[in-house]
Ligand binder design. Structure first.
Ligand SMILES: Cc1ncc(COP(=O)(O)O)c(C=O)c1O
Length: 393
């Protein structure tokens, strides 16, 4: 019998849900392939689909979002860039501060966009975080006092799952009349994301984390004057994101968000039980393992754990050989294993940072997946530790 494969990398991506595929298929074929900007019936059919998807996206985010505030993008990365660079450009053009403040543990899409603002002649402020990954309030206050175009702090961190106090941050920014952006890519569908009570100006969503295909996302723009386009072309999407819309992707995102919003509480309950069970049993087997960010409020689908005396890449490869997919909690950009910027910002020592793994759960995860990890863990840890001991002798 073929070995059961275990996928515990749902924070990286998820498979397309059958309901989502079914919804998008007509828009790939002859039934509804038109260009939504065309005035004829083919175009009108596609436009109707896009408008319906905007209503679904807005509804999934709770009262307080209008369908007209949904700007579709090629994914989370583009939405983050539009939010950070677009709001900096808009502020500059109004004679405001050409300066952005982003937390140190943001996804690279936000951090690199902040660097791009600096390359364009502006400034970036990196906001430090506490040991559990929560952004420091005093640093936000200092940034606001200096004057910034936007404060960007993610709703849920993609590596450790830390939940940021976005409602309070949004409120503080609103009082200071500063745009607040929250990257909600890892939050939506995992924790309640209702914009009725949270006054963010801009919100990033990505489809492929919630059962839509890769290459579709959205930026919710609640104040059209807060951002300027960063790519240029026709007048689609109010000129904020020109280009013929990815209609099948948009339909898929609408459906995936509708389902994810309906199922959020139940999914959270299920994956939290699996995640907590994995952590408990992992600590039984490897008592010196360190779980990162567990002192703060965390999203239920992620755990990031360091196993002292090992390295992430070796662990990852051994798990893969055993048919278990997880993610390295470190960065391997230059050929050498480096601790991730998130763990470094949280003050995790280097030797633990290079020995981190992320397991992330999703709709298809089951207790057998946890059992499979726990069954092979002692053997893998022993092997990797023995090898590391030889190498460092
Ligand atoms: C928090 C966060 N922001 C942004 C992104 C980028 O989204 P996309 O892959 O759709 O470009 C990701 C994806 O890993 C993410 O986890």
């Amino acid at each position: 019998m073929a070995k059961r494969l275990v996928y515990l990398d749902n924070a990286a991506t998820t498979p397309v849900r059958p309901e989502v595929l079914e919804a998008m298929l007509p828009y790939l074929g002859k039934a509804a392939f038109g260009n939504p900007s065309s005035a004829h019936r083919f175009g009108r059919t596609a436009r109707a689909g896009v408008e319906e998807a905007k209503r679904s996206v807005a509804a999934a985010l709770g009262a307080g979002v209008e369908p007209g505030q949904v700007i579709f993008t090629s994914g989370g990365t583009e939405a983050d860039n539009l939010a950070v660079i677009g709001s900096a450009l808009a502020a500059r053009d109004r004679g405001g501060p050409f300066r952005v403040a982003v937390s140190a543990t943001e996804h690279k899409a936000v951090l690199a966009a902040a660097h791009a603002v600096r390359h364009l002649g502006g400034e970036e402020i990196i906001l430090p975080v506490s040991a559990s990954g929560v952004v420091e309030e005093a640093a936000v206050e200092a940034a606001l006092a200096r004057g910034v175009a936007v404060v960007s702090v993610m709703w849920v961190n993609n590596e450790v799952g830390t939940i940021q106090p976005v409602a309070a941050l949004a409120e503080r920014c609103r009082a200071a009349r500063v745009c607040f952006h929250a990257d909600a890519v890892q939050a939506f569908g995992k924790v309640p994301v209702s914009l009725r009570d949270v006054g963010c100006t801009l919100i990033t969503i990505s489809g492929h984390k919630i059962g839509a295909p890769k290459g579709i996302g959205a930026l919710i723009v609640r104040d059209r004057h807060a951002v300027e386009a960063i790519i240029h072309g026709g007048g689609q999407q109010f000129g904020l994101r020109p280009g013929t819309e990815n209609v099948p992707g948009i339909i898929a995102l609408g459906k995936a968000m509708e389902l994810a919003a309906q199922e959020q509480a139940e999914l959270a309950r299920r994956v939290r039980a699996l995640r907590d069970d994995l952590e408990r049993r992992l600590l039984d087997v490897v008592p010196d393992a360190v779980i990162h960010g567990s002192q703060a409020e965390r999203a239920p689908h992620v755990t990031n754990v360091s196993i002292p005396g090992t390295d992430s890449e070796a662990l990852l490869m051994h798990f893969d050989l055993d048919g278990i997919a997880c993610s390295s909690g470190s960065a391997c950009s230059t050929g050498a294993v480096e601790p991730s910027h998130v763990l470094t910002a949280m003050g995790v020592p280097r030797e633990l940072g290079v020995a981190a793994l992320r397991f992330s759960f999703g709709r298809d995860s089951a207790m057998e997946d946890v059992d499979a990890v726990v069954a092979v863990l002692p053997r893998i840890v022993e092997k990797v530790r023995a090898l590391a001991a030889v190498l460092h002798r």
